[in-house]
Design a protein around this ligand. Structure first.
Ligand code: PAF
Length: 278
C-alpha cells in the first residue's frame, strides 16, 4: 500500500492508471468505509482512499475539534482491506491560500435537512470533494448511503462540473443492534451508546407501520417513540423523495420515499435514513 501526503506525487503516481476507484473519508474508519473499499476493489484496478478531516465542512468548531482521529489504526485497516493507495494531506495541501473557495448552487436539495441544520456544510464538503477529485482523477467514486443527502449533492456536483466520474452508492452498514456505522459512534458514552439503537428502532417501526397512515401521523408517532430513549433529542424527522429530496406532504407511492432522522445524543449528532417505499 502506497501512502502519499503530497498531491503532485499522488497525481503523478495515478496518471497512468486506467481504472481508478476513489473512497474519500475523514478517517476514524469502520466497516462502512471498508465496504466502500471492497466495492471499489470489485470494479476498479486501483483503489485510492483519502483521509482528510475537512475543516470547511464543519459548521461547529467543537465538532471539528472533537472529530475522532485514528490514523495509525486507519492505515492498518486499509492495508488489511487491500486498499492500494492512501492520501493523507495536510490542510495547506488542499487549501493553499491562492485557491479561492467556490460557491456551488445545488438548488432546493441543499436547503433541506442537513443543509438547513448545518449552514455551509454542503458547500464546504463540495469544495473538498472537487479538489480531491481534481487530484485523484478517479473513474469511480464511492459514497455511503448513510449520508444520503451528501450522495445526492455529490452527484449534482459531478453533473454541474461535467466530470467524467461515476458516483457509486454503498449500502448503510449497521451494528448488531441496528445503529448505522459512523465515525462519531466512538464518541458516545456507554449509556448513550445503549440508547443509540433507538434511531434504527424508530426507522423500522415507522417503515412497518407506514402502509395506511399519513406522513404527519407517522412523524408524530416517530417523535413519540423517541420518548422511550430519553437521552435522544430528535433534530429532524422527515420523509423525502429519494430522487430530489423534496419533502413529502402526501405520500405519492409511485416515487421512492426515504425517512430521514437526525438526532443529538449528548454532544454527539447522528444521522440515519431508511427507504420506506421503493
Ligand atoms: O463523508 C465524509 O466522510 C466526508 O463528508 C467526505 C465525503 C470525505 C468529504 O470530506
Amino acid at each position: 500500500m502506497e501512502v502519499f501526503k503530497d498531491k503532485l506525487a499522488l497525481s503523478a503516481y495515478l496518471s497512468n492508471k486506467t481504472k481508478v476507484g476513489f473512497v474519500p473519508t475523514m478517517g476514524a474508519l469502520h466497516k462502512g468505509h471498508v465496504s466502500l473499499i471492497k466495492l471499489s476493489e470489485q470494479q476498479c484496478e486501483t483503489t485510492v482512499c483519502s483521509i482528510f478531516v475537512n475543516p470547511a465542512q464543519f459548521n461547529d468548531k467543537n465538532d471539528l475539534l472533537n472529530y475522532p482521529r485514528t490514523t495509525e489504526k486507519d492505515l492498518a485497516l486499509l492495508k488489511e482491506a487491500g486498499c492500494n493507495v492512501v492520501f493523507i494531506p495536510e490542510v495547506d495541501e488542499i487549501y493553499p491560500p491562492h485557491l479561492p473557495m467556490q460557491h456551488y448552487d445545488f438548488g432546493a436539495m441543499e436547503k433541506v435537512m442537513e443543509g438547513e441544520h448545518r449552514p455551509g456544510h454542503f458547500n464546504g464538503m463540495a469544495n473538498v470533494v472537487q479538489r480531491l477529485f481534481a487530484i485523484v482523477q478517479p473513474h469511480f467514486a464511492f459514497f455511503g448511503e448513510k449520508d444520503f443527502q451528501q450522495l445526492c449533492v455529490v452527484k449534482q456536483l459531478v453533473k454541474l462540473l461535467n466530470l467524467p466520474i461515476t458516483i457509486v452508492p454503498g449500502a448503510i452498514i449497521r451494528e448488531e443492534d441496528g445503529l448505522a456505522m459512523s465515525s462519531r459512534n466512538m464518541l458516545l458514552t456507554p449509556t448513550e451508546r445503549a440508547q443509540a439503537s433507538g434511531i434504527y428502532e424508530t426507522l423500522t417501526r415507522i417503515k412497518t407501520n407506514s402502509k395506511g397512515s399519513n406522513p404527519h401521523e407517522l412523524l408524530q408517532y416517530a417523535h413519540e417513540n423517541f420518548r422511550n430513549y430519553p437521552l435522544i433529542t430528535p433534530e429532524y424527522i422527515q420523509f423525502a423523495y429519494a430522487d430530489n429530496l423534496e419533502n413529502v406532504k402526501a405520500l405519492d407511492k409511485s416515487r421512492a420515499i426515504i425517512l430521514f432522522i437526525a438526532v443529538k445524543l449528548g454532544k454527539v449528532r447522528l444521522i440515519d435514513n431508511m427507504l420506506v417505499y421503493e
